[in-house]
Design a protein around this ligand. Structure first.
Ligand code: NAD
Length: 512
């Protein structure tokens, strides 16, 4: 079937009926949703008003006041059920991710697997929210730290990981004793609606098993930027975890700081890899191809800059260019295709602008043209572009959210490292090498300045066990694994006196 004849509304209808979602929730509203696969409208959602959003946040705050009283391992039980429900709905939700974002099937399913993984992680965490006991200078005293729930946590998410980002935040926030209020991307509200329905199923089972849970523990706000702003400005939201462009973070960060609320910012990346003389070039080729072309270049961790040592440049780059020419592009729901569409026309236009700018700066461009457009006029499929650049300049310093790989030659490792770090963003990075000195230097204090630094693996495709996030204009936030849970709790330092005297710290005397 050609793309032009493909009717995805039936798929959406089937998935939603499986999840028990009524048609009025996704038809007849004001927010039109298009599938990038065909460009066709697949839903029209009712949007919340700013007044109703503020009222919903008040209710979420009330839910937090109750939920924080439930013991953490019991809270973990809810997240365990959420993981089970996600397992049961993996096929349906994964397909919906593919339909709404245009990811290939295995990546749509992979996104749901990531949600399941973080639920498993959070369940274990629900028994490990521990603080320290700290030596005190005073006799018969004990000092310790305790961690407490924070409130109704705001989650703002981007289109490209429409549901995994919610789960990274929500699974941790819930076991930490918080309620959550989610403003998904206006480009991907259908997967958000489906996820909320899956959460509601888990919650019903939790309550049926005689556990206590308040209403409004997880709230979904469908709307655009102005609804995100309500979340950012609301005094009952102590933390907003916001994922999206650096421009969004630049607007959101200061607004949160203005009212002394916390922010967890997960913003744009401009990720690079260094290919050193000793690199295993077969492995490098595969690593680079997935990291640069996967998800049609629409991952925050997508590989965008490649520094290749001049001794291997002539071997690697032509092979890479060949892979770019032969990669299969098309309907992401059909097995065999590795590159799906861009999210929309605006993304295509930004890509073309970057290609022009690269040519102007002396870049040699291969690929980047639109393909398949005869079949579906409103869908934007492109051949990934590989651009040999004389220097790191112009568009190379920016994140263009499309499959563009800028390739540059280097001869001195220290120069490559300097160029690697010489961009405003600091999310993810890699080196391909078998030289232990280079690998260790790359991971050291004077190596990569990113939040994620890898050896012999591309920069994209993180596991949930590690903390995820980056430095500089990427925003500095960390979410998902490791001790990222601490962002969702407040820390109290407690000192107990079990003696009969009252010695003061620092030897201060105050005898009355
Ligand atoms: P975007 O910035 O256009 O939108 C992201 C979200 O922010 C949306 O929900 C949007 O409605 C909301 N928003 C925008 N302006 C706002 C404001 N002033 N106040 C409140 N909310 C506001 O991003 P996008 O196009 O959906 O996603 C692509 C971008 O996200 C890329 O830059 C990518 O690198 C980044 N991203 C980063 C990570 C990460 O973890 N670092 C993960 C995924 C995507």
């Amino acid at each position: 079937m050609t793309l032009a004849n493909l009717d995805l509304t039936q798929d959406v209808k089937k998935i939603f009926s499986e999840l028990g979602i009524k048609p009025e929730s996704y038809t007849g509203g004001t927010l039109a949703v298009r599938s990038p696969i065909t460009g066709q409208e697949i839903g029209r959602l009712p949007e919340i008003t700013a007044t109703d959003a503020a009222a919903a946040i008040e209710k979420a705050h009330a839910a937090f006041l109750e939920w924080r009283l439930v013991p953490a391992p019991k809270r973990g039980e809810l997240v365990r059920l959420l993981g089970e429900e996600l397992r049961a709905s993996k096929e349906a939700l994964g397909r919906l991710v593919s339909i709404e974002v245009g990811k290939i099937t295995s990546e749509g399913l992979g996104e749901v697997q990531e949600m399941i993984d973080i639920c498993d992680f959070a369940v274990g965490l629900s028994r490990q929210l521990y603080g320290l006991t700290i030596a005190t200078e005073r006799a018969d005293h004990r000092m310790m730290e305790t961690w407490h729930p924070l409130g109704a946590i705001g989650i703002i998410s981007a289109f490209n990981f429409p549901v995994a980002v919610w789960s990274w935040n929500a699974a941790l926030a819930l076991v930490c004793g918080n309620a959550t209020v989610w403003k998904p991307s206006e480009k991907t509200p259908l997967t958000a609606l489906a996820t909320q329905a899956i959460f509601e199923r888990a919650l019903s089972r939790y309550v049926a098993e005689r556990n206590t849970a308040p209403e409004n523990l997880s709230t979904l706000l469908i709307g655009g930027r102005e609804i995100g702003e309500v979340l950012v400005d609301h005094e009952k939201v102590p933390l907003v975890s916001a994922t999206g462009s650096t421009a969004m973070g630049r607007a959101v960060g200061p607004r949160l700081a203005q009212r002394f609320a916390r922010s967890l910012l997960e913003l744009g990346g401009n990720n690079a890899a260094i290919v050193a003389p000793t690199a295993d070039l077969d492995l490098t080729l595969r690593g680079v191809a997935f990291a640069a072309m996967g998800t049609a270049g629409q991952r925050c961790t997508t590989l965008r800059r490649l520094f290749v040592h001049d001794s291997v440049y002539e071997t690697l780059v032509p092979r890479l260019a060949k892979a770019y020419q032969s990669v299969t592009i098309g309907n992401p729901l059909e097995g065999g295709n590795l590159v799906g569409p861009l999210i929309d026309k605006a993304a295509f236009e930004k890509m073309q602008k970057a290609l022009e700018a690269a040519k102007f700066a002396g870049g040699k461009v291969t690929g980047g043209e639109r393909v398949n457009q005869d079949n579906a006029a409103d869908a934007y499929y492109v051949r990934p572009a590989i651009i040999e650049m004389p220097t790191q300049t112009g568009p190379v310093l920016e994140e263009t959210f499309a499959p563009i790989l800028y390739v540059m030659k280097y001869s001195d490792f220290e120069d490559a490292l300097r160029l690697h770090n010489d961009v405003p963003q600091g999310l993810s990075s890699s080196i391909f090498t078998n030289d232990m000195r280079e690998a260790e230097t790359f991971l050291s204090d004077r190596g990569s300045d990113c939040g994620i630094a890898n050896v012999n693996i591309g920069p994209s495709g993180a596991e949930i066990g590690g903390a995820f996030g980056g430095e500089k204009e990427t925003g500095g936030g960390r979410e998902s694994g490791s001790d990222a849970w601490k962002a969702y709790m407040r820390r109290a330092t407690n000192t107990l006196n079990y003696g009969r005297t009252l010695p003061l710290a620092q030897g201060v005397k105050f005898d009355v």
